[in-house]
Design a protein around this ligand. Structure first.
Ligand code: FES
Length: 113
């Protein structure tokens, strides 16, 4: 768990890149809500924090080729990216943005057998 900044340091409706324990993470603010995705696009080595935030869709658009990644699941909803980026838990505690690595086993159900 890492406190990365104050909520007030983040512009509403935009993404900001942080280095959290050696991992580049894109932190998105929409109103009083915050989201965190791995910053590197799954299609090529591009910083997603440079892209545009789609507030209504809860997506972050890659600035290079336009794939839009869900802020909730990391899944791309548009090509050319086809694989998700990692998602982190993000919350605001006492005015500070806190990002936590998820520990949930993300293996698809029913894939063994
Ligand atoms: S580098 Fe992100 S969609 Fe191509």
């Amino acid at each position: 768990m890492s406190a990365v900044c104050n909520l007030d340091d983040l512009a509403d409706g935009s993404a900001t890149k942080f280095d959290i324990n050696g991992i580049a993470v894109s932190v998105v603010r929409i109103g009083d809500d915050v989201y965190a995705l791995a910053d590197v696009c799954s299609h090529a080595n591009v910083s997603l924090a440079e892209g545009e935030v789609w507030c209504d869709e809860l997506e972050l658009e890659c600035p290079k080729h336009g794939s839009a990644f869900s802020l909730l699941t990391g899944e791309p909803s548009t090509l050319p990216a086809t694989t998700p980026v990692d998602v982190y838990d993000a919350s605001v505690i006492n005015g500070q943005v806190v990002v936590t690595q998820r520990t949930i086993d993300a293996a698809p159900a029913g894939s063994a057998s």
